[in-house]
Design a protein around this ligand. Structure first.
Ligand SMILES: Nc1ncnc2c1ncn2[C@@H]1O[C@H](COP(=O)(O)OP(=O)(O)O)[C@@H](O)[C@H]1O
Ligand SMILES: O=C(O)C1=C[C@@H](OP(=O)(O)O)[C@@H](O)[C@H](O)C1
Ligand SMILES: [Mg+2]
Length: 195
């Protein structure tokens, strides 16, 4: 396991929670899966895993390099493998890449072995978060806004199949989003309880 699992410093932990299932964060690029997932794991005092980071460290390449050298189908196969493996490990927070929940077999694995939470955000919010970053190969197009909008329209109905939704409308900080995810998780005592 890479060092990312314990990479949760300088964030507040509340020891008063018991987590019973791995929480799998899904949603569009820019929804905050990685940033919120890391802070949520720190809050609950559980391991943090990010499927993209795991793929990058196993391949010793960045996501854009993997897409460029091996293609998207290769990346998707690795993504499925990594998600299956991470769901077998200690319970924690698993942040996926934005495309992971689109594959039916990944949805089945996630639903069977964890609980999925859709971090929902408006297209404009997502765009403002991703537009200055060059780390997402799918947005390396002539019109990345139109590409993001197309993906958004295609993917939203699938994300809506997640077990829980955390709404990020009007939320301007990672910590507030963590609060919303915790609130959503506490509606499911089979997933999260206060000790
Ligand atoms: N609720 C939020 N408030 C403020 N900034 C956010 C919020 N959620 C995410 N961000 C920022 O948006 C960017 C994209 O977040 P990231 O966690 O990489 O998203 P994802 O993993 O879903 O693609 C990061 O710079 C992150 O800090
Ligand atoms: O939406 C997607 O298909 C992707 C999202 C990315 O992760 P984030 O959602 O964390 O940006 C990363 O997995 C890859 O670039 C593909
Ligand atoms: Mg991410």
């Amino acid at each position: 396991m890479s060092e990312i699992k314990h990479n949760t410093p300088n964030l507040d932990t509340d020891a008063g929670f018991a987590l019973h299932k791995t929480v799998v964060l899904v949603g569009m690029m820019g929804a905050g899966k990685t940033a919120v997932g890391r802070a949520l794991a720190a809050r609950l005092g559980v391991p943090f895993l990010d499927s993209d980071a795991e793929i990058e460290s196993a391949a010793n390449m960045t996501i854009p390099e993997i897409f460029e050298r091996d293609g998207e189908p290769f990346f998707r196969a690795k993504e499925s493998q990594v998600i299956g493996r991470l769901l077998d490990e200690e319970k924690g927070i698993l942040s996926t890449g934005g495309g992971a929940f689109l594959a039916e077999h990944n949805r089945a694995t996630i639903t069977e072995r964890g609980v999925s939470v859709w971090l929902r955000a408006d297209l404009e919010v997502l765009w403002n978060r991703v537009k200055h970053k060059d780390t997402r190969p799918l947005l390396r197009t002539a019109d990345p806004y139109a590409t993001l909008r197309g993906l958004y329209e295609q993917r939203v109905p699938v994300y809506a199949q997640a077990d829980l939704i955390a709404e990020s409308d009007g939320v301007t900080s990672i910590e507030n989003m963590v609060n919303r995810v915790v609130d959503a998780l506490l509606t499911r005592p089979d997933v999260l309880e206060r000790k």
